[in-house]
Design a protein around this ligand. Structure first.
Ligand code: FES
Length: 268
């Protein structure tokens, strides 16, 4: 139930983004009226939400209820949008990335905040930026500089490249579930994809078969526990996350997989 409401919340946010995008083609007077309409609806909501929060704060149990409410992602986003709570560092970094998205999109790509781990920001990059090491490096370094202006304590950015937004991907039947053996690197290749699958500790992990160092095949890599070593120059990767242990800004590119009818499928 919880995940269903999360999906619908994200879907609504995506539809709002798409609708706002679609209005870009309209003439200025229409755009102005739409903008005004959105502002008025938001102001209407903001007044109501602020009133609810004020009344809750005055109630003896209201603060506890508010603390519970704010843990819900939908409520957190709503409070954040209307200035009722201050954004935490992760949210502020995500907001900085939102500002650079139009630039990334103008290059045919997209960027998404994933996490902040220590002094490293992890992002996903989609579309044409992926596979073009020059654009990826330029964007990565450029984005890091922008983030550092506000958060000087951030020293690294790690990019998880994603070739396509998976929701539009093609589904491929890869291998019967019971054929995949723990401790081996399984390679599947056809005209559309070239991927590796690894079963580790009961979990199944899939990545594009291209070492981020020089793009060479990982299918003959050495698997030792959770660590996959590239056969070419020895770069090491964690199979559970794709994180490179040799160079901290590299990352294996994940492939979305799922199990259906006792087969492993990939969406590519
Ligand atoms: S291509 Fe994998 S380490 Fe160089």
């Amino acid at each position: 139930m919880e995940s269903k409401s999360k999906i619908s919340f994200e879907k609504i946010a995506e539809e709002i983004d798409n609708l706002i995008d679609s209005f870009k083609e309209e003439d200025e007077s229409v755009k102005e009226r739409i903008k005004k309409l959105i502002e008025l609806i938001e102001e209407f909501n903001r007044i109501g939400i602020k009133k609810i929060v004020k009344l809750l704060k005055e109630h003896p149990e209201g603060k506890t209820i508010l603390m519970t409410l704010v843990k819900e992602p939908e409520v957190y986003a709503l409070f954040l949008k209307h200035g009722i709570i201050k954004p935490n560092v992760k949210t502020q970094i995500a907001m900085v990335l939102e500002k650079v998205r139009p630039y990334v999109k103008s290059h045919g790509g997209d960027i998404e905040f994933v996490d902040l781990q220590g002094d490293t920001v992890i992002v996903k990059m989609y579309g044409s930026c992926v596979g073009c090491s020059q654009i990826e490096t330029t964007l990565r370094e450029g984005i890091l500089e922008i983030i550092k202006q506000k958060f000087p304590q951030i020293n690294n950015i790690r990019v998880i490249p994603v070739r396509v937004k998976n929701k539009n991907g093609k589904e491929k039947r890869i291998i019967p579930l019971d054929t995949l053996k723990e401790g081996e690197v399984f390679n599947y290749k056809d005209e559309d994809i070239d991927i590796i699958l690894i079963q580790y500790n009961g979990g199944i992990y899939a990545y594009y078969n291209a070492c981020p160092h020089q793009g060479l095949s990982l299918k003959n890599g050495d698997l030792s526990g959770e660590v996959l070593t590239c056969p070419w120059h020895g770069f090491k990767y964690l199979v559970t996350s794709g994180e490179c242990l040799t160079v901290n800004y590299l990352q294996l590119e994940p492939v979305e997989i799922f199990v259906k009818d006792n087969w492993i499928w990939a969406r590519v």
